[in-house]
Ligand binder design. Structure first.
Ligand code: KG4
Ligand code: ZN
Length: 333
């Protein structure tokens, strides 16, 4: 059987990324141009700046990707692109580049949901066994998703307010750590002591939903109260205590859902899957009981290899986008 090559394109937020994936599971080239330096001084992603960077970077990233793979667009079976969710101006750069390439080279075009991409980053590591449970934890999403077959996603729980990554970034900001704050909190938590008792939002007994805004407020109030009393809390301890709360809830709910749904695999996806505390705790909890897949660090945060991986399945299933493919900032999974 002839090998399949998919070009993936991802521009939903602040990384301009392209990748080539072989047969849906093997990364041939993976290029990510990060804009973090440009957004840092604003403490978050500025949409207008993001769009401008994507325009500047996209052809450079395209050339680098094909150079690394020693291939050309002609060699691709299809072009897969993130159509949403994300920043509309940012998404448009990727979608229009994909359409232009597909049109010029007469290639099939496939639209990919960003979260499907995060989930399929795990398939670059190991074949899926269904049913499986995916814990998606990124800057914009916190979801527990059951998959019974390729391309089918049943959301059984989600955040009612902030996403896990958003909570990390907001707490990091109050600790005066640079954007994005997740990796900094992770680093401090390693050396700190979880000696502050922050709340855990369990919600209703039977709920797989999450809530992180109460925790975020508790951290802010604790810091404020300490300051009023002239006490300085160690940033490391605040980070460790905050992380302990997030990790405990994420791990417990994931474990309970995995048992209830009798899944064969648990996979973790999204930027927060890079968190060492979460990775360790999940590994401890699942041990050898249920197979746990967590992507390598560079495939946890935004990249295009994951988009090509998800695009490969969509392509195999016969999904094709038309020339009317559009950026959809609030696309449903
Ligand atoms: O998936 P991603 O790259 O972009 C979105 O689709 O949102 O996730 C970015 C999020 C940010 O909130 C960032 O702070 C968080 O992932 N993050 C982490 C770590 N690395 C990235 N959070 C906690 N610990 C980390 N090591
Ligand atoms: Zn993402």
């Amino acid at each position: 059987k002839k090998d399949q090559f998919i070009l993936g394109i991802e521009t939903s937020c602040d990384e301009t990324a392209m990748a080539i994936v072989k047969n849906g599971v093997e990364v041939v080239a993976n290029v990510v141009a990060s804009q973090i330096e440009s957004h840092k001084r604003f403490g978050g992603v500025v949409p207008e700046i993001a769009s401008r960077h994507h325009v500047e970077q996209i052809t450079i990233v395209l050339e680098e990707t094909f150079e690394k793979a020693n291939m050309s667009v002609e060699d691709m079976d299809a072009i897969a692109v993130t159509e949403g969710p994300g920043l509309v101006g940012a998404l448009l750069i990727g979608v229009n580049s994909a359409k232009a390439l597909a049109f010029a080279k007469n290639k099939p075009l496939v639209g990919v949901h960003h979260i499907a991409g995060h989930i399929y980053a795990n398939r670059l590591n190991k074949e899926f066994s269904f049913p499986l449970l995916a814990l998606v934890v990124s800057g914009g999403h916190t979801e527990l998703i059951v998959m019974r077959e390729h391309g089918s996603f049943e959301i059984i729980g989600e955040t009612r307010d902030d996403a896990a990554g958003e909570a990390y970034d907001k707490v990091a900001r109050t600790l005066q750590l640079p954007y994005p704050g997740g990796p900094h909190i992770d680093r401090l938590a390693k050396v700190g002591e979880a000696n502050i008792d922050f709340p855990r939002a369990w919600l209703e007994d039977d709920s797989y939903d999450f809530s992180f805004s109460g925790l975020k407020s508790a951290v802010i109030n604790t810091l404020h109260n300490a300051e009023q009393r002239g006490v300085t809390l160690k940033k490391e301890d605040v980070a460790a205590s905050f992380q302990a709360s997030v990790v405990e809830v994420l791990t417990a709910k994931t474990y309970k859902a995995a048992k209830e749904y009798g899944v064969k695999q648990v996979i973790v996806a999204g930027g927060v899957a890079a968190n060492q505390g979460l990775r360790n705790e999940l590994q401890l909890k699942f041990n050898d009981e249920i197979e746990l897949l967590i992507p390598p660090l560079d495939l946890c945060t935004d990249n295009a290899a994951m988009i090509a991986a998800a695009g490969s399945i969509a392509y195999d299933q016969g999904h094709r986008a038309g020339w009317d493919l559009n950026a959809n900032p609030s696309l449903d999974l």
